[in-house]
Ligand binder design. Sequence first.
Ligand code: HEM
Length: 81
Amino acid sequence: TSNLPVYTLEEVTKHCSLESGVWVTYKGGVYDITEFVAMHPGGDKILLAAGGALEPYWALYAVHQQDHVLEILSEYKIGVL
Ligand code: HEM
């Protein structure tokens, strides 16, 4: 269980740029990664997922299948779908 707010996909899709904030989803969680974009080891590619799901991109870039990557992501959780 969590006390985090529930967001709709529509709300997530509005956060698709650095100006509006960059939100992504992963396994039912919603993450505001705006502050992480500039720190991403893979550079601006991270913005391809802005406003949507990480899964298709992380399936392509298997470098993300590591515990330390999920630990970074968890710091940015703001809600659930
Ligand atoms: C590398 C985090 C989204 C593309 C990495 C690494 C981290 C990271 C920690 C370094 C991993 C390592 O070498 O051990 C994240 C997080 C994301 C995210 C937290 C979302 C919140 C994306 C997306 C893409 C992407 C959406 C592509 C569309 C890459 C690429 C690298 C990379 C290409 C390899 C960079 C290199 O070693 O030259 N990412 N990533 N990432 N990421 Fe991401």
